[in-house]
Structure formats: structure tokens, C-alpha cells
Ligand binder design. Structure first.
Ligand code: AMP
Length: 301
């Protein structure tokens, strides 16, 4: 069964201490789809402008990604530009141009409606809600959601309204603090759970990931990397790994979620080894499992 994802597909311009790229494939839904499609079919919902290079459509076609929900409109493709410092932590956003996303009002293709796993990747919370409204029997589905400082700042009320309907919320450490005004990360996680989501993954970059669900806590370290070239998309790739693993196991027990966190963590290591989706393209399930074995050795005691 397919995982539905709505989110940005765009052109990124990124500067890190290791290089600069201009107008390369990026966007939350691009990274998510690429990662999740290693586990399960993905049905993408997004829009691109008339300037979107055909070679990137080909890239999606090379994976198990259905594009019935990807429209092309007259105008400019979503674009984001950002810069990372030596700590390769949160980027400084230099510009966000919504382009054709500003007027995007998608209708869910009927064949998408049966999917059990839905991911509302980082994009306007109003658009995320629009997709959610078109999903029937929501109680039988697993709905994941991610967001970003841009939307917390500009659409806070809409985001809080959306969170009531979310099963698994993914958010960065700094964004969790921004959303709750709570500096302690555990207290921030609990405050977010009070907004509605049943479970939360707090992504903490090189400090790993925290999963909180009711009284249950899981604190996974990050995989130690010798080379990080560009952290863009790590969070979306993490979510792709998690949702992909949940879809393929068709289970949402806490132990499955803990394992999903490890799959997400390892998927993200492939994304950060290169710019854009270059290194993620080389990830295979065999390579992922090999890295998970190494990770297990590294953290067991
Ligand atoms: P991540 O590093 O996982 O947080 O995601 C980075 C990706 O998010 C980049 O490829 C950007 O194109 C995309 N992005 C940046 N800002 C936004 C935004 N405001 N809405 C949707 N996607 C965005």
C-alpha cells in the first residue's frame, strides 16, 4: 500500500563550509519520497512551476514514486536558499519563495484515498489541513506531520489547529522550543503532546532523536559520521525512513516506533553525505541494514 505525502518540491540554493549549490532538487516532499520509497510505494502530492527541470521528474520516476498528484503550473517553482555554519546545525534561511505553491489547492486523486499512511511534510499548514480534510476514516490511518520555523512564525494558529488531528508529529529541537516557549526539551515535547499529537519525534541533529508517547520515552543517539557535507533534508529523510518502516511493517506499537526511529536515523545519514539528493540516491536497503548493524555495535553496552 502506498504512503501519501504532500509537501514542497522545489529548487534549493545551499551554502555549507564544504561547497555551494544553486537551484538543485530540494523540498520536504522530495527528500521524504526518496527515503520512504525504499520501503514502500509513495504517492506524491505537490506542484512545480514551468521552470522545473525534467531531469528531476526522471529521478522520481526511477523510484517507486507515483506522480499522479504532482501538477505543473505556469509560474515559478518553490525555492529556498540557506546557509550553514561550521556546526552544521540549524541553517540561516536567506530566502523562501513559495512560487506556484502560493495558489496550490490540490484534489486528492481517488486512487490515493485508500492509503493507510499519510505524511504532511513541511509546507503551509493550511495546505496540510486541506489534504487531511479529504481523507476519510481517519481513525484507521496513521497521520504524520512535520513543520518548520517559517510556519510556526507565520501560521501558528493554523498549525496548532492541525496538530489536534495528528498521530505522529516530527519537529526540530529549536522549533519545539520556538513553538512552546519552553527551553527544556522534555517539557517542550510534553507541551506539544498537549496540543494534540499522540506521539512526537524531536529531531536533535547530531544529538540524535527523542521519541515521546504518553509516559514512554526513547532517546536514540545520532550515528557518528566522518563526513557531513550538507544537512539539508535530513529531517525529511528521517521522517521518510520512519513512515516507510511503519508502512512496511504495518504496525504502530512502541517497539516498532523505536526501530523506525533507528531506520530514520540511518536514512538521514545518507542524505547528509552530499548536496541535494545526490547521496540519498545511492542508498539501498542492504546498505541501510549494514549501517544499522554498525550503529548497534556503537551504542550497545
Ligand atoms: P530539512 O532540512 O529536513 O528541515 O528540510 C529542508 C528542505 O525543506 C529544503 O529542501 C527546502 O526546500 C524545504 N523548505 C525550506 N523551507 C520551507 C518551507 N517554509 N516550507 C516547505 N518547505 C521548505
Amino acid at each position: 500500500m502506498s504512503i501519501i505525502v504532500v509537501g514542497s518540491v522545489g529548487l534549493d540554493s545551499v551554502k555549507t563550509p564544504f561547497g555551494t549549490v544553486k537551484k538543485v532538487l530540494g523540498g520536504s516532499a522530495s527528500y521524504f519520497s526518496y527515503a520512504a520509497s525504499l520501503f514502500s510505494q509513495v504517492s506524491l502530492i505537490a506542484t512545480v512551476g514551468s521552470d522545473f527541470p525534467k531531469k528531476y521528474i526522471k529521478l522520481f520516476n526511477q523510484r517507486n514514486i507515483k506522480l499522479d498528484g504532482l501538477s505543473q503550473a505556469a509560474g515559478k517553482t518553490f525555492s529556498w536558499s540557506g546557509r550553514y555554519g561550521w556546526d552544521m546545525g540549524d541553517p540561516e534561511t536567506l530566502s523562501t519563495k513559495l512560487g506556484v505553491f502560493a495558489d496550490f489547492c490540490p484534489k486528492l486523486p481517488p486512487q490515493y484515498k485508500k492509503s493507510k499512511h499519510i505524511f504532511l511534510a513541511n509546507i503551509d499548514p493550511e495546505l496540510q489541513k486541506n489534504i487531511l480534510k479529504q481523507i476519510k476514516n481517519r481513525n484507521s490511518k496513521i497521520i504524520g506531520c512535520d513543520t518548520m520555523d517559517f510556519w510556526i512564525e507565520n501560521k501558528r494558529k493554523k498549525l496548532l489547529n492541525l496538530l489536534k488531528d495528528i498521530d505522529i508529529f516530527f519537529i526540530n529541537e529549536s522549533e519545539a522550543r520556538q513553538l512552546t516557549q519552553e527551553p527544556n526539551i522534555l517539557k517542550a515535547a510534553r507541551a506539544i503532546l498537549r496540543f494534540g499529537p499522540k506521539k512526537i519525534f524531536i529531531k536533535r541533529g547530531e544529538h540524535g532523536v527523542l521519541l515521546v508517547s504518553g509516559k514512554h520515552l526513547f532517546n536514540a543517539p545520532a550515528y557518528l559520521m566522518e563526513s557531513v557535507v550538507d544537512p539539508t533534508g535530513a529531517g525529511d529523510t528521517f521522517a521518510g525512513g520512519v513512515m516507510g518502516y511503519l508502512a512496511v511493517t504495518n504496525n504502530k506499537s512502541i517497539n516498532t516506533l523505536r526501530r523506525a526511529a533507528i531506520y530514520g536515523t540511518i536514512m538521514a545519514t545518507f542524505a547528509v553525505e552530499g548536496f541535494s539528493l545526490k547521496s540519498l540516491q545511492k542508498a539501498t536497503l542492504t546498505k541501510v541494514k549494514k549501517r544499522i548493524k554498525k550503529f548497534k555495535k556503537l551504542v550497545s553496552f
